[in-house]
Design a protein. Structure first.
Length: 153
């Protein structure tokens, strides 16, 4: 399409030009120089949106779940509603306590999980999903269903 843009722009073709009309029939997507320039401008806006590190919608969403375990812990809490630290730790045998603690702190900081500390010896800590985290459950459920359907292929 960019080659066509260059040809049309460099030849200064108009709608009256026979060559342009035949080219227009061959490539029905091309409607004229103005339309092509608008499409290029839209493409630049789209690319700019994703290259802006501070305001990129994808980066902002993914940064909350960028840890290896974030989505899994969130899914567990979404189903169980409330779990103790050791319950999560034993359910995920391949995660270290340090990594689990860090993951839970990130989720708690994002407001997706709440942490409740009971004053006892040893300390009892429970984690539960918040209302904000609960809003992600339908989306996470769709993602899980998609993953399950793709495993069979």
């Amino acid at each position: 399409m960019f080659v066509i843009d260059y040809i049309l722009d460099s030849a200064k073709l108009s709608r009256k030009n026979v060559f342009y009309k035949s080219l227009h029939k061959s490539y029905p997507v091309t409607f004229g120089l103005l339309k092509l320039k608008i499409n290029q401008k839209k493409m630049q806006e789209i690319l700019k949106k994703y290259s802006d590190i501070g305001n990129c919608p994808v980066r902002n969403v993914i940064s909350h779940f960028s840890t290896k375990w974030g989505l899994l812990v969130l899914a567990m809490l979404g189903e169980a509603r409330c779990l103790r630290f050791n319950e999560i730790l034993h359910a995920l045998p391949d995660i270290s306590p340090k990594v689990l603690s860090s993951t839970l702190k990130i989720l708690d900081g994002d407001g997706l999980v709440s942490r409740k500390l009971y004053p006892s010896i040893p300390p009892k800590v429970e984690y539960s999903i918040t209302d904000k985290g609960d809003t992600l459950m339908p989306i996470l459920g769709d993602l899980i269903r998609w993953g399950i359907s793709q495993l069979g292929k």
